[in-house]
Design a protein around this ligand. Structure first.
Ligand SMILES: C[S@@+](CC[C@H](N)C(=O)[O-])C[C@H]1O[C@@H](n2cnc3c(N)ncnc32)[C@H](O)[C@@H]1O
Ligand SMILES: [Zn+2]
Ligand SMILES: [Zn+2]
Ligand SMILES: [Zn+2]
Length: 314
């Protein structure tokens, strides 16, 4: 039976497939919902800086005594992570320097392990099951297919000892699902910490004029309004960097998500002139442009932090 999230409902969004809309008003800064990750993985480059299980940044994290490569706040987090870390712990020691799966393969290994362990609908699947997330597997071109084949080879090489792997066709579908529904977990300075999958959040469609943003608290995602919303309004996030002009944005959306955006900004291209001015690399960069970019970046980070504060007050 399908679950629910108060104030939200799944619906058929014309031209976009399934989508999410609000059933009550939400104010700017208000939390629509938060979702624990179905599966997550800390980037290898961040090991030692963050706890592998709760993503807390801390000095003096305790090392896994076996592989000496994973770090934790303490015994509780280490125990909590073992079901996932055991997929990598002995393999890292056995392969040594040659242990090099992609972050994508590491996340898929965790999803497969979780699927095996978790038979019931879990807290990150209140309105969409992991099996139901869109795959676009039929749209994947040769270049992407080759990359996925290499990720699948990595999965067999580094994870098959601890995992029963599904057949090739199912793996292609799963990798394709993760490619167009995965989230990058970022810290307060917006740098990449890891990758995760949140089925409920994956129901949210894209707009270049989004109504919500996703922020992270540990490994959980928080969906927060950046506009006042009225009942019936669709919940929309931006999948891409909005600093680029319309054609660039849509090239990215077509390449990674297989659609062309029809939002008001894409129709009118009203901000393109300003964005193109910043972008032309052959032109000497004027001091004013740099100052504007720095001001814009600072303002965005300030707004982002303010929203996080609002969240704590509410
Ligand atoms: C993360 S899923 C969003 C949920 C999806 N609509 C579904 O039914 O599962 C991303 C996919 O939704 C569709 N989509 C998202 N935003 C869209 C938009 N603005 N216009 C058209 N399709 C969109 C695309 O197929 C895209 O690859
Ligand atoms: Zn921890
Ligand atoms: Zn270990
Ligand atoms: Zn758009």
């Amino acid at each position: 039976m399908m679950g629910s999230i108060e104030g939200l409902e799944r619906f058929d969004s014309p031209g976009k497939g399934r989508g999410l809309r609000v059933t009550r008003p939400f104010k700017v800064g208000e939390l629509l919902f938060s979702s624990p990750a179905y599966s997550f993985v800390l980037s290898l480059s961040e090991r030692g800086c963050y706890c592998e299980f709760c993503f807390t940044r801390k000095e003096g994290l305790a090392r896994c005594g076996k592989c000496k490569k994973a770090f934790y706040c303490g015994v509780k987090c280490q125990k909590g992570d073992w079901a996932m870390h055991k997929l990598e712990c002995s393999a890292m020691t056995a392969f040594g320097e040659n242990w090099c799966p992609s972050e994508m393969s590491r996340l898929v290994a965790r999803i497969l392990a979780k699927k095996k362990m978790q038979k019931e609908r879990c807290a990150s699947e209140r309105i969409l099951l992991i099996e139901e997330i869109q795959s676009h597997v039929e749209d994947v071109d040769n270049e992407k297919r080759e990359m996925t084949e290499s990720d699948i080879a990595g999965l067999h090489r580094f994870f098959s000892k601890h995992l029963e792997l599904p057949d090739h066709k199912d793996l292609l579908t799963l990798f394709s699902q993760v490619a167009c529904n995965g989230f990058t977990i970022e810290d307060d300075e917006l740098s990449h910490m890891g990758t995760a999958i949140y089925p409920d959040v994956a129901l949210i469609n894209h707009s270049c004029l989004p109504s919500v943003i996703v922020t992270y608290k540990g490994t959980s995602a928080e969906v927060r309004a950046v506009k006042n919303m009225n009942p019936g309004d669709e919940v929309l996030i931006s999948y891409i960097d909005l600093l680029y002009p319309t054609d660039d944005r849509n090239n990215r959306l077509r390449e990674f998500y297989y659609f062309t955006c029809q939002c008001q900004e894409c129709k009118t291209k009203s901000s393109d002139k300003a964005k193109l001015k910043v972008r032309k690399q052959s032109d000497p960069i004027e001091q004013e442009v740099i100052s504007n970019m720095v001001r814009y970046a600072r303002k965005t980070i300030r707004e982002f932090r303010a929203l996080k504060r609002i969240k704590n007050i509410l």
